[in-house]
Ligand binder design. Structure first.
Ligand code: NAD
Ligand code: MN
Length: 356
């Protein structure tokens, strides 16, 4: 029987609660659909590992992940360790080490979820945000000098390469082309950022010529926030830089009802390395360890993982079960105004998967 090796990295905070829930969901789907199995290897990296070893993951950790068919990730972020250490030491190390340059973030208002936009119908909000995931504002280039002196200076230099910009914009056009509306919005800030963002616009213009069947437009990132709120139905696929898309996708998740629902895939489109799937939320210090975490974002990330593996029937089956969960308000966790626990939601989901 076909076997998929999945590396599971719960990480920190509620990652430790939602990743096991995701594993249960994947096991339930494999059992229901048949024909393949999952083999999980769980890595205890993150804040606890840091306290023991002085680093978030072993120096040769990527080597251990390399043979996996996919990675299921929870969150990096610990109340007692600075955020830039946890993020760069684990999640970004994997994203950059495996050149997962396309970060794909679908957003929909799932059945039974009450979004905050009063005039927005479920069919008005069906987006995929494509985030550049390898360079730009999060390239890690910069430094500090004169630390502790009045003349202290610090820089974070945004780095954009033509290759990096072209590959993400091409990926986004291809994705837009595969969706029914064939529509792409290129988010920019070329009025104020007059070098890299101008190149970004030029590359978009060039790549667009290869996709005559995709309607595309350009929007400044600040105006994009207002458009997402006021005219959601005018948006389908979106491509934006690392920083811009990071912010826009949290807004998108909130507009769709909760940060706890939103999924993401860190994709290496060339499949040289394993891709990594994770909910977009973080460690949620305020609710960690209490069984209150909404596991739906992780379940939806598992749908993306199954799609990536080519198990489309399983992906669809899991998505149907997720929609049955959200439809039933007694299965809503606290972030959605309900009282259900992570365990109860997970048990119901696995039951629906078996029935579907
Ligand atoms: P967060 O996503 O952890 O939490 C924001 C708010 O949303 C909190 O009130 C939290 O309770 C709620 N929330 C998030 N996910 C939820 C879920 N599944 N169910 C119910 N409620 C949920 O963001 P933050 O507070 O900005 O960050 C906390 C830590 O997580 C920081 O250390 C940060 O660096 C880290 N972080 C990591 C990642 C990642 O690893 N991908 C992403 C974002 C934040
Ligand atoms: Mn973010």
């Amino acid at each position: 029987m076909k076997k998929y090796k999945i590396a599971a990295i719960p990480g920190d905070g509620i990652g430790k609660e939602v990743v096991p829930a995701g594993q249960q969901a994947l096991e339930a789907v494999a059992a229901a659909v048949g024909g393949y199995q999952f083999e999980f290897e769980v890595f205890g990296w993150g804040g606890d590992w840091y306290r023991q070893h002085g680093q978030m993951m072993p120096a040769d950790g990527l080597q251990a992940l390399k043979g996996a068919d996919a990675i299921l990730f929870g969150s990096a972020g610990d109340p007692d360790i600075p955020d830039h250490i946890t993020l760069w030491g684990l999640r970004l190390k994997i994203c950059q080490g495996f050149d997962q340059y396309a970060n794909v973030r679908p957003t929909r208002i799932l059945p039974g979820i009450d979004g905050p936009l009063k005039r927005c119908r479920a069919q008005d909000l069906d987006w995929v945000i494509v985030r550049e995931n390898s360079e730009g504002e999060y390239a890690g280039v910069g430094g500090r000098a004169h630390q502790g002196h009045p003349i202290e200076v610090a820089t974070d230099v945004s780095v954009m390469t033509r290759v990096g910009v072209e590959r993400i914009i091409r990926y986004a056009f291809r994705l837009a082309q595969s969706r029914p509306r064939r529509q792409l919005t290129v988010v920019t800030k070329s009025n104020a950022q007059r070098h890299a963002m101008v190149m970004w616009d030029e590359v978009a213009q060039e790549v667009a010529r290869d996709f005559p069947d995709v309607h595309w437009d350009k929007e400044l990132v600040d105006a994009m926030t207002a458009r997402m709120v006021n005219r959601p139905a005018t948006i389908d696929t979106v491509v934006a830089t690392n920083l811009h898309a990071d912010i826009l996708s949290d807004l998108a998740a909130a507009l769709a009802g909760s940060l706890g629902i939103a999924p993401t895939g860190n994709i290496d489109p060339e499949r040289r390395y394993p891709s990594m799937f994770e909910p977009i939320h973080g460690s949620a210090f305020d609710i960690m360890g209490k069984g209150l975490a909404n596991p739906v974002g992780t379940f939806w990330s598992c749908v993306m993982l199954l799609d990536h593996l080519g198990e489309q029937a399983s992906a669809q089956r899991l998505m149907r079960a997720i929609e049955r969960v959200t439809q039933d308000t007694s299965l809503h966790t606290r972030d959605l105004g309900g009282t259900a626990t992570t365990a109860a939601v997970t048990a119901a989901l696995c039951r629906f998967v078996a029935e579907a």
